[in-house]
Design a protein around this ligand. Structure first.
Ligand SMILES: C[S@@+](CC[C@H](N)C(=O)[O-])C[C@H]1O[C@@H](n2cnc3c(N)ncnc32)[C@H](O)[C@@H]1O
Length: 230
């Protein structure tokens, strides 16, 4: 996240949180940006390198329908579509969704305005690959358990979930947007029918480097696990 954008985003987030509205700040931020991407702290306008690295190694293992949670300006969703996934991408911000459609006018991605906490019923158990990158960490920690349950619910039987987030130890401070999750919090995906396939804890290549958690899960059935990491 750029420092300018982060200060503005924190200010807008605080105003909404203080007013008891923990998720209204996203639309406020995108609409106040007036298409100036420097105001959006996570708008790198390129696919997340932590996703690209994962797809390079394991992307051919899965196929079918993909869902991008909190799609922002669309770069990660476009990457999934380029890899051949039939991709749906959703964001709570109408402005972000309209902006994505404008950036990628010929896109194969289906962009939808939807709230993670009130998503369409027919998305439950419907996606072969679900990608959550950087949304959990910008939701206030009080919403995390429910957010994890909602993200997990989209994964089809035998489907995969990839979570990419900042990471912190339980003893470390909670942070001030972003609020990095702990390993223990991410482990709770397993109480929603998902099996952890790999848990990577590493420093990324940003300057300065940022600690990342990249976790792969599968909703297992009686069939054998079809995916392993080396
Ligand atoms: C930190 S951004 C990450 C965007 C994108 N993944 C990226 O890396 O550029 C988180 C996104 O999640 C969206 N978001 C936050 N809460 C949401 C919710 N309850 N339902 C759907 N989208 C949400 C925000 O509007 C924002 O675009």
């Amino acid at each position: 996240m750029g420092e300018n954008g982060r200060a503005t985003a924190r200010e807008i987030a605080k105003r909404h949180l203080d007013a008891g509205d923990p998720i209204g700040w996203f639309e406020d931020l995108y609409s106040s940006a007036g298409e100036d991407t420097s105001i959006i702290p996570w708008a790198d306008l390129t696919p997340n390198p932590n996703l690209v690295g994962w797809l390079d190694r394991y992307g051919t293992t899965v196929s079918g329908r993909a869902l991008k949670v909190g799609s922002g300006l669309g770069d990660d969703a476009e990457e999934l579509a380029c890899c051949g996934y039939q991709t749906t991408a959703f964001d709570i911000s109408e402005t972000a969704v309209a902006w994505s459609r404008k950036r990628f006018p010929n896109s194969a991605v289906k962009y939808v305005v939807a709230d993670l906490f009130d998503a369409p019923d027919d998305w439950k158990g419907s996606f072969d690959f679900v990608l959550e990158s950087y949304t959990l960490q910008v939701l206030p920690p009080a919403l995390r358990a429910e957010a994890i349950q909602c993200v997990a619910s989209f994964v089809a039987l035998d489907g995969m979930l990839l979570v990419i987030a900042r990471g912190r130890d339980t003893k470390e401070p909670e942070g001030a947007m972003p609020w990095p999750p702990t390993k223990e919090e991410l482990k709770t995906f397993q109480s929603h029918g998902l099996k952890e396939i790999s848990f990577e804890d590493y420093m990324d290549k940003e300057d300065p480097p940022v600690r990342r958690f990249r976790v792969t899960y599968q909703r297992v059935s009686d069939k054998s696990i079809k995916f392993t990491t080396t």
